[in-house]
Write a protein that binds this ligand. Structure first.
Ligand code: HEC
Length: 285
């Protein structure tokens, strides 16, 4: 009878467990591999459940008749609990009785005292580690450290230009960026747009006319994705976003210059509306 209940209970528990663990991993597809703390939690839970199952199993196991053998489990139980067996409770019964309620003079179970000692030892370790030797990192120190690491990562990201898109890009006007843009232009674009931007196969950059829109955002976009059907390739595989920003800013600086043989205007006159024209405006990118 007990064994049957035990078996049914185990099955139910196993099914529940599988569902739980499955869920824990399925839920966080975005944060795979699973968080370290999630793993610890699952393992702890498994241990608790295994211990619980063990407890039920051993409690229900029939002691062989005749032999007065004490199981290892019972010994362990006694070691941890020091509980007085039922038949000897008389010995530790207090004299008083209130409306039939009696009280036993039970000892504090050793596991509890042990736990108490552990907390004291931990407190000492904690105190010495975090406040005397200062070898451990307090929460705000960890926080500061993480913030510093994040700041470095952010700076790296900004420098790599990965955050630069046609939505966020701004026109650069400093000499260093324009010189860098000029070099990129000379190396990649002169064949079709002429060294002075006057235009050859590609359109003239010195006039106010743009086929795909002027302004840094449109120009960035045209360079990034290109117009493959019209002979202007996409440059995003060869130039990183920062380089595209530089060359686009350089192209914009050509406006109003006089090329040797300007190509006739193509597209429409572009009027800047809400463009950022200087880099300084753009601190809160
Ligand atoms: C193989 C020739 C070729 C090369 C190389 C080339 N382009 Fe172009 N580009 C074109 C053509 C052709 C167009 C016109 C596309 C159209 O008609 O839609 C164009 C258009 C553009 C436009 C849009 C102009 C407008 O009026 O809207 C920009 C900006 C541009 N190119 C920038 C660049 C930059 C920057 C480079 C170098 C990194 C470059 N191009 C290299 C052929 C080229």
């Amino acid at each position: 009878m007990m064994n049957n209940i035990f078996r049914i209970f185990t099955k139910k528990l196993l099914i529940f467990l599988l569902m739980f663990v499955g869920n824990a991993f399925a839920a966080g597809e975005s944060d795979f591999p699973p968080n370290y703390y999630d793993l610890v939690a699952v393992v702890l839970l498994l241990i608790v459940i295994a211990a619980f199952l063990g407890l039920i199993y051993f409690e229900n196991r029939k002691e062989p008749e005749g032999k007065k053998q004490v199981s290892l489990f019972a010994k362990l139980g006694y070691l941890l609990n020091r509980s007085v067996p039922l038949e000897k409770e008389e010995e530790i019964l207090f004299d008083h009785e209130y409306d039939g309620i009696k009280e036993l003079d039970s000892k504090i179970p050793p596991w509890f005292t042990g736990l108490f000692w552990v907390t004291i030892l931990f407190a000492i370790y904690y105190m010495v580690n975090f406040h005397v030797l200062n070898t451990g990192k307090l929460m705000y120190e960890e926080y500061d450290e993480e913030m510093q690491v994040a700041a470095i990562k952010k700076a790296e990201l900004m420098n790599s230009g990965a955050l630069l898109t046609e939505e966020t890009v701004t026109r650069l006007t400093d000499d260093i960026s324009l010189i860098a843009g000029n070099e990129i232009y000379d190396a990649n674009c002169v064949a079709c747009h002429a060294p002075d931007g006057g235009g050859l196969v590609g359109p003239n950059f010195t006039d106010e006319y743009w086929i795909h829109g002027g302004g840094i955002k449109n120009i960035f976009k045209t360079i990034k994705y290109g117009v493959p059907s019209k002979g202007m390739i996409s440059w995003q595989t060869q130039l990183n976003p920062a380089q595209i920003q530089q060359v686009a800013s350089y192209i914009m600086s050509l406006q109003g210059t006089t090329p040797v043989s300007p190509k006739e205007p193509q597209g429409e006159i572009w009027v800047d509306t809400d463009e950022n024209t200087t880099n300084e405006n753009d601190i809160n990118l």
